[in-house]
Design a protein around this ligand. Structure first.
Ligand code: 10D
Ligand code: SF4
Length: 322
């Protein structure tokens, strides 16, 4: 019991975005329509709870397509795949459902379009992240990755007349702007996306943390360690001078974090379900919080359609993770 805690302030918006909601629903509907098991390439979204729930319903998560038996149904994760992975899946004859977020696909389409016009690309993103591998893998060459401002000085495109910037969708908005400025300074003719590739959900969750952080003594982010967008929320709060921790579940909360803290800010990454936020609230209440208040914030109404073949009314509505 910590008598110091007065209030929990909930960030708005937080948690599931439209791309994550759609990706989970694709797996749930594929299981309902075709029966278990359904194979999923990579974690459908970077959240331990979501992955375990879907495993319990009959999903099998794999990294290598050679681990999928012939004739199986395969779902691509929300982060997207390279052309090579897409081709290999077709060659192996799987029934494929693509859960790539439409906002990631939009970046893929832009890369393909500009490549036809002779462009090379500078991609701002994190090396090894599946979305970066998927986007860079839209072309066999000509996409140069930069992770920070220092990388911009080292990047070596074969020409500078037709260069375009693309980014991972879940970056720190501020870091991406700084890196893009460095790219612009070095390559003044570079073409930038009309609208940032960083998606609305990433932007809105970071904006909410910017408003919330100065009002609280501690920020808790619900998210898994592999989740880029969740890590960015914790990092942002910390940069704004507010102590911040990211937890995969309520069990990871440590009582000592709350010592001497009056107001607790709580948010969740785009892949973290609300049920985990509720469990964190319950645990913080047990530590001594007296009230829970929702911040004012943007209401997100965006929803993406399901792929053909999974829209059918005859698929019983699956019990959706939320
Ligand atoms: O690591 P991440 O932030 O890119 O992915 P996560 O699965 O945590 O959240 C959803 C974001 C996606 C699928 C990338 F757009
Ligand atoms: Fe799509 Fe953005 Fe959600 Fe990623 S974080 S799945 S790009 S809406």
């Amino acid at each position: 019991m910590n008598p110091g805690i007065e209030e929990v302030i909930l960030a708005e918006p937080r948690g599931f975005c439209a791309g994550v909601d759609r990706a989970i629903e694709i797996v749930e509907r594929a299981i309902a329509k075709f029966g278990a098991p359904i194979y999923v390439r990579h974690e459908i979204v970077h959240n331990t709870y979501v992955v375990n729930e879907l495993k319990a319903k009959g999903a099998i998560f794999i990294e290598e397509l050679s681990d999928v038996p012939p004739g199986a149904t395969l779902v691509f994760s929300a982060h997207g795949v390279s052309k090579a992975v897409e081709q290999e899946a077709r060659d192996r004859g799987f029934e494929i459902f693509d859960a790539t977020c439409p906002l990631v696909t939009k970046v893929h389409v832009e890369v393909a379009k500009l490549a036809k016009e002779g462009y090379e690309f500078i991609m701002i993103g994190h090396k090894g992240h599946p979305e970066v591998e998927g986007t860079m893998g839209q072309l066999s060459s000509g996409i140069h990755l930069v992770e920070d401002v220092a990388d911009v000085a080292k990047v070596a495109p074969s020409q500078t007349e037709k260069l375009a910037v693309v980014t991972q969708t879940t970056l720190s908005v501020d870091d991406a702007a700084e890196i893009a400025a460095a790219v612009r300074a070095r390559f003044p003719k570079v073409r930038e996306p009309k609208q940032q590739d960083i998606c609305y959900a990433t932007q809105n969750r970071q904006d909410a943390v910017k408003i919330m952080s100065p009002q609280v003594d501690l920020v808790i982010v619900v998210g898994s360690p592999t989740s880029s967008n969740s890590n960015r929320l914790r990092e942002l709060a910390q940069r704004l001078g507010t102590e911040s921790y990211m937890v995969d579940s309520a069990d990871e909360l440590k009582p000592e974090w709350f010592e001497g803290k009056g107001r607790i800010g709580l948010t969740a990454g785009a892949s973290a379900p609300e049920v985990l936020v509720r469990e964190v609230i319950d645990r913080v209440r047990a530590f001594g919080a007296v009230s829970v208040r929702k911040m004012d914030g943007i209401e997100e109404t965006i929803k993406f359609p399901l792929p053909k073949g999974l829209k059918l009314d005859d698929i019983p509505p699956p019990g959706h993770i939320s």
